[in-house]
Design a binder for this molecule. Sequence first.
Ligand SMILES: Cc1cc2nc3c(=O)[nH]c(=O)nc-3n(C[C@H](O)[C@H](O)[C@H](O)COP(=O)(O)OP(=O)(O)OC[C@H]3O[C@@H](n4cnc5c(N)ncnc54)[C@H](O)[C@@H]3O)c2cc1C
Ligand SMILES: NC(=O)C1=CN([C@@H]2O[C@H](COP(=O)(O)OP(=O)(O)OC[C@H]3O[C@@H](n4cnc5c(N)ncnc54)[C@H](OP(=O)(O)O)[C@@H]3O)[C@@H](O)[C@H]2O)C=CC1
Length: 500
Amino acid sequence: MEEKEVKTFQFVVVGGGIAGVTCVEQLSSQTPCADVALITAGPHIKAVTNYRQMSRTLEEFDVEEQPSSILQEKFPNLSVIHSAVRSLDTKSHRVQTADGRYFGYNKLCICSGGRPKLLSQDNPHVLGIRDTDSAQEFQKRLSNARRIVVVGNGGIALELVYEVEGCDVIWAVKDKSIGNTFFDAGAAQFLIPSLEADKPAAAAPCKRLRYTTEEPTPEAAQTFTADRHSRGGSSASTESGSALGPDWHQGIILKGSEQVTRRVSVEYQCEVENIFTSKDHLTSSQGTHRHENESWPVYIQLTNGKTFGCDFIVSATGVVPNSEPFINGNTFAVAEDGGLCVDDHMLTSEPDVYAAGDVCTACWEHSPLWQQMRLWTQARQMGWYAGRCMAAHASTQPIELDFCFELFSHVTRFFNYKVVLLGKFNGQGLERDHELLVRCTKGHEYVKVILSRGRMVGAVLIGETDLEETFENLILNQMDLTPYGEDLLNPNIDIEDYFD
Ligand SMILES: Cc1cc2nc3c(=O)[nH]c(=O)nc-3n(C[C@H](O)[C@H](O)[C@H](O)COP(=O)(O)OP(=O)(O)OC[C@H]3O[C@@H](n4cnc5c(N)ncnc54)[C@H](O)[C@@H]3O)c2cc1C
Ligand SMILES: NC(=O)C1=CN([C@@H]2O[C@H](COP(=O)(O)OP(=O)(O)OC[C@H]3O[C@@H](n4cnc5c(N)ncnc54)[C@H](OP(=O)(O)O)[C@@H]3O)[C@@H](O)[C@H]2O)C=CC1
């Protein structure tokens, strides 16, 4: 990097999503005399509010999109810089931003999140959903759509196929059942009837975030616009904002152009063969749906031999960590999924550089009951722990891996059911000798526990089961449950009393 005037901070955090903001909050409050900077590409920051610890590892919180001034008012030692980091020189401990400025750091934490891993990067008919801009683009395109194709079998696809009304939805999944990143086939079977039924008239009250549609402050907007122009790109695809999160769809209308309620058909065990825009590619035997003789803006050919015309395709096919601007010119260890490898102190392989949230890959030896998933809760936990590690290392204090990394836990909602996932909820990485116990009442609840050598190692709880705390304890204390056998899920036994 050429010599320029450099302002140096003790701590620099890159990224105004949940991971970055939590890290900054932790650093600013723990080290009030230190100079802390948050450098973020987006005009807003995402803050955790109403944090509630539901049990030892389960947590719930709201998320608010806020102007960064709120954060600065709270922490006088914090500077917020609205510009994207273009490059990092770990040797000189400096970052360069898109507007040509340089900032030095003693310790840096990269929390730049991820972006959708799209089926096609440059096809205007293929959309991804990540931030407020891309959600609004999706909403706009949907309002004129009669049919869309959703590809992918994870969180976004599950949410979309349930929420979208007023157009046909073809859902193409690689697997034999729906929602494979979260569920097994049994849970999928439990959930499928909800796709065929109408949505309840009054949806479950939303306890979480409402996204603002406010314009950014003029100052922030200016910097953001300048950054976008400097890359010569259009808004959504260049400088993405922070990821959406729980209940993102509650604030926007997800309706197509037709007067129909939800109409989803699932294409199982197939991937995308081809995407094209000319109807000439169609052979007579292809397509199984209404409007088959019509012309469509785009066609998608699946590996099961079927081709569908549609208004656009949603690629809900996962996330790629935003690690490139930081990797170039440095020697970071990068994981197979593109994430910056971090150790059990959230340190990357470069000195004084930490990473947290979707951009990082947890490369330490995990507790047998924890795995990384790119989720809101883990972004918060990693950001918080990274902040603590940075402060501890700066004052040469020892610090141990936080308890939240002992047990995987996630609370969410799918198809209007509460869903709690604990530990190795899908038997991830377990020997074949593990045992499953299942209790299911159609339309009411689905409870699955995974036992390995008589110990509970994971659970899936769908519906208002009220079992999460008891099961969390049973997983954490690794009690031998062999004597209880199937009574563990006997609905006539009050399991909480049983183990008191
Ligand atoms: C539609 C959708 C629904 C979701 N629903 C849920 C859910 O229900 N539950 C759940 O647990 N998780 C959910 N997630 C996942 C969750 O939102 C993410 O895991 C989490 O927000 C990641 O936080 P992060 O801070 O690591 O990254 P992000 O939120 O992506 O933030 C990254 C930040 O870095 C900034 N940035 C990027 N590059 C640069 C750069 N070069 N220089 C400076 N700044 C940069 C961005 O502007 C942004 O502010 C959902 C995700 C999506 C997309
Ligand atoms: N309520 C919640 O907790 C929610 C969480 N999220 C999070 O947001 C992030 C983005 O969500 P999403 O995009 O759904 O990502 P997910 O990682 O949840 O799911 C991606 C899905 O796409 C599949 N897939 C990947 N590549 C292809 C391909 N080329 N063709 C067909 N299918 C493919 C994956 O299959 P395979 O696994 O076999 O590769 C997987 O089923 C994730 O981190 C997710 O956890 C999102 C919404 C809700």
